[in-house]
Ligand binder design. Structure first.
Ligand SMILES: [Zn+2]
Ligand SMILES: [Zn+2]
Length: 464
């Protein structure tokens, strides 16, 4: 048995791991797109192409439907992969939208190609319930079964346990349990329950996005958010929140509903919250549909008659024309507002128009609630904004006069202590941990912490 990493080794994007069972069988875990600086040095073609052999791949397991975990799926299909694509029910519900968007943004607007791709995706999709073993059919005598466990990262997200009984040259090898963490959620994150460690594992492949940081506590974080909002109110400025469509937007709405519901100041209670992304609006509907996956606190609020993801001062912008109107409306308004728009790293999408319009206004505020990969506009604003620097947006040099804030807890990613606990709380702990999906520093730092847990445990940084 062997594990190859076809992405998420030199950064956080392009997740794609191959578990080789024997000479004829392998499983793929995720098939994501490279983003930001992690795309440099790669041509457009080999960035997207599946540059490894797929003849032994018997199934694709999808941990969750963020683009950096599923974005290369159309290319996998184009390469001829016709095996099952296995995911949880909620992931399967979100996946066609994500893939359609990825195709439109990166490949083609040709409707018949998009339709054909989605039809194949549908044909190959198999949904599995959480916490139940599912056997994946292999060639020959080797056996494998998989179990999806709640990862608390975004709706439908899972870490995956894989039991492997390999037969090599007629003899059965020792059974192994391999766990792929996918992306893990943070403890005390709003809306979704936090992940529980598996009972046992021989090998764990773990993400390390925040392997070197601990998040602010939830209460501090909500306070920071409220503080930024209060400032926005005092100078009637716009608060721009670049947000990923799936997960973070919904967590934020959930917190905003709480803040506005409890606000003593009328202005804060009445503040307009604008979600400018048709995708985000659709995902929010799915979050509402799958309320059974919410955590106890969120369910309690619903019982109290509140609508955490659909409150009164929440507005959704749909068409591009409406979007342009809202940008103008906000430029000429005399009231504060919060705008949530994608993309999360400001590398495209509607948020760019807001930044172009407001970044050199001192009354405006840009609030980052998620990880900004190197080379993205988001990272540049974070880096140069606070010291009064400038950034280029669409080739235009703009001074950053808006306030720049980062609240890390809304990352929807486990922090260092969460990651360490995930490993520590495995009852029958692993002989080996492979660290992926992080910047070098994050991976090194997590490695040190894990080595401190158990000297006999092998801790490696995954290599491509
Ligand atoms: Zn993710
Ligand atoms: Zn990820």
């Amino acid at each position: 048995m062997q594990i190859l990493h076809h992405g998420a080794v030199n950064g956080v994007t392009g997740s794609c791991h191959q578990l080789i069972v024997d000479a004829h069988n392998s499983l793929l875990v995720d098939c994501g797109l490279f983003q930001g600086a992690e795309t440099s040095g790669r041509g457009d073609d080999d960035l997207l192409s599946i540059e490894f052999g797929i003849s032994t791949v018997q199934a694709l397991l999808v941990t969750h439907c963020h683009i950096d975990h599923v974005g290369r799926l159309p290319y996998l299909l184009a390469t001829g992969f016709n095996g099952p694509i296995i995911a949880t029910e909620a992931t399967a519900a979100l996946l066609p939208m994500v893939i359609e968007d990825a195709l439109k943004v990166g490949v083609t607007r040709n409707q018949s190609i998009i339709k054909a791709c989605l039809a194949r995706l549908k044909e190959q999709l198999i949904t599995v319930p959480y916490q139940q073993w599912f056997e994946v059919t292999l060639k020959g005598a080797s056996r494998t079964k998989v179990k999806f466990q709640p990862a608390g990262h975004i709706l439908g997200s899972a870490y995956i346990e894989i039991d492997v009984k390999a037969h090599v040259k007629g003899s059965e090898q020792a059974a192994k349990r391999v766990v792929f963490s996918g992306d893990l959620g943070a403890t005390y994150s709003p809306l979704l329950a936090s992940p529980k460690s598996p009972y046992k594992a021989d090998i764990v492949v773990i993400e390390s996005t925040y392997g070197d940081k601990n998040h602010q506590g939830r209460r501090d974080r909500a306070k920071s958010l409220e503080k930024v909002l209060v400032k926005a109110i005092s100078d009637n400025g716009v608060v721009i929140i670049p947000a990923f469509s799936i997960g973070r937007t919904q967590e934020l709405l959930y917190e905003l509903e709480q803040i506005t519901a409890k606000a003593k100041f009328k202005k804060l209670a009445d503040i307009e919250v604008i979600v400018d992304s048709p995708m985000a609006a659709k995902f929010t509907e799915h979050y509402q549909h799958f309320q059974t996956l919410w955590d106890a606190e969120a369910k309690r609020r619903v019982k109290q008659g509140r609508q955490p993801l659909n409150f009164d001062s929440l507005y959704t912008v749909d068409t591009h024309q409406e979007h342009m109107q809202v940008v103008e409306y906000l430029a000429n308004r005399s009231k504060p507002a919060i705008v949530i728009a994608a993309s999360g790293m400001c590398s495209g999408g509607r948020v760019v128009n807001y930044l172009k319009r407001f970044i050199n206004e001192p009354t405006a505020d840009v609030l980052f609630v998620g990880y900004q990969a190197q080379g993205t506009l988001g990272r540049q604003i974070q880096q140069y904004g606070p010291s009064g620097g400038y950034v280029f947006i669409d080739g235009e040099k703009l001074d950053v006069k808006a306030g720049v804030h980062t609240i890390s807890g809304y990352s929807a990613h486990a922090d260092q202590s969460n990651l360490v606990n995930f490993i520590k709380r495995i009852r029958k702990g692993p002989e080996k941990v492979i660290i992926v999906h992080g910047d070098q520093q994050a991976k090194e730092s997590l490695k040190d912490k894990l080595l401190g847990l158990d000297k006999s445990m092998l801790v490696e940084i995954g290599k491509g």
